[in-house]
Design a protein. Sequence first.
Length: 509
Amino acid sequence: MSLPQPSRRLLFPVLALGLSLLVLAGLELGLRLFGAAAFEPDPFVGFAGSHPFLVKVGQGNEARCQVNPRHQPFFNEVSFPAPKPAASYRVFVAGGSGALGFPFFEPGSFARFLQVGLDLLEPGRPHQVINAGGFGYASYRVARVVEEVLNYEPDLVVVMTGHNEFLEKRIYGEREQAGPALIAVRSCLDRLRLYRELRQAVTALRPSPAPLLKEEVAWEKYSRDSRQVALTLDHYRYNLEKIVRLCRERNVPVVFLTLPSNLKDFPPYRSQHGKQLSPEASAQWEAHYQRGLSLLAESDSAAAVLEFDRAMELDSGYAALQYARGRALLEQGRPEMAELDFWWAVQLDAWPVRAFPEMNAAVREMAARGAIVADALSLFTAAAKDRIPGNDLFLDHCHPTLAGQALLAQSVLLALAEKRVVPLPENWRPDYQQAARRYQESLGQGFLGEAYYRAAVEVGVNMARPQEGLGLAEAAFRLIPDHPKLPRLLERLRQEAAAKAGAPLPEKP
């Protein structure tokens, strides 16, 4: 029985369309099975990165993976066999400088403590914990690293990211012009290997303008902008979701750490007034603020809080004011209220380099998407004096002490045990804590002194906080008094701290 004429006319285009789709599906499958596809772009800012994080050295079973020389300044030295050893358990740790282990680097990173814990608690199984943390890396760069390390047969990926989200200036113009619907479509297309290969080929034929974000991290002092904050938080959540999806596609469990930071003992980096004040109101605000600081220095915390409250009635958007009020409340014995002020100070910082509460909320949301959440923030809170993390667990604003790094690893082990991803014996924590202490002691005071020296340079000089840097330099001097560069650094930081203490407040907008 022959088809009616109209049906015959439709048959050819339908068959042609079906054959075309079949060919495209075959190409996509071939690229997934055998091709080294382009990296998935970021629909928010167009960042993908054309240079891999890792490069292979050697051939066959002797091949090893190392950090690409182009990216070496941002990473620890990494070297591991490209073919995964039989029966081994391979873990990649990704994130920013906290994951990298600054200022201790790999020997003092939580990746190393995780190795110590796994070797102790799961004996007989070879564990390989590879530190892929990048100095200054924000979540869009971390997602790119995770995408790459998934090619090297990981059994687990561990991610701690969030402190660097405002480190680089981002321009979201492309996202605004495209709109959320088009961004969603492009995000779906970017998951196709064929689309990414074609897009890369077109880019190569017709070079695009300078990228919005370069391969190398470029620090810029950020100024607070509520609209930019909202867009950055959206981008952060997208990157977490992307990491979960990439790991799920490879059937690799992923652990996200919540993000503790130094709330109690590290003031905001940069403060700006939240609104324009008249000359008279500005003078009143400054008088209340300065009087509150003087009263706090005299340990009259109750009177200091009253002065800070009067200043807040005029303008509550100054980060240093919120921090000072938190210190006064803590001195009064009101830690719960003090903690709220410390968090506000973090959020009001005009150069925010500590994760916001919304970021920790986003991390916890990933549990509903299939990720494992290691609640490091809760462990740090429980371990800290006054239940507010400070210098007892941190060297600066967000980089933990060695004990803090051990605590980060403990949070990962706890999450793995709860989800039964790694079988750990009952009552394993005391054994892990003892092993972690032994490992810390094995590093020696010379190692610690050098780490404190590096932190003092970073905080006191590079980040222009001489008072905080001075404390770190003095700690280094107690450990390594013969260090040739320490006396000069100490003198410089003492002079700059004294000059800053007598400096007037920053100009108001």
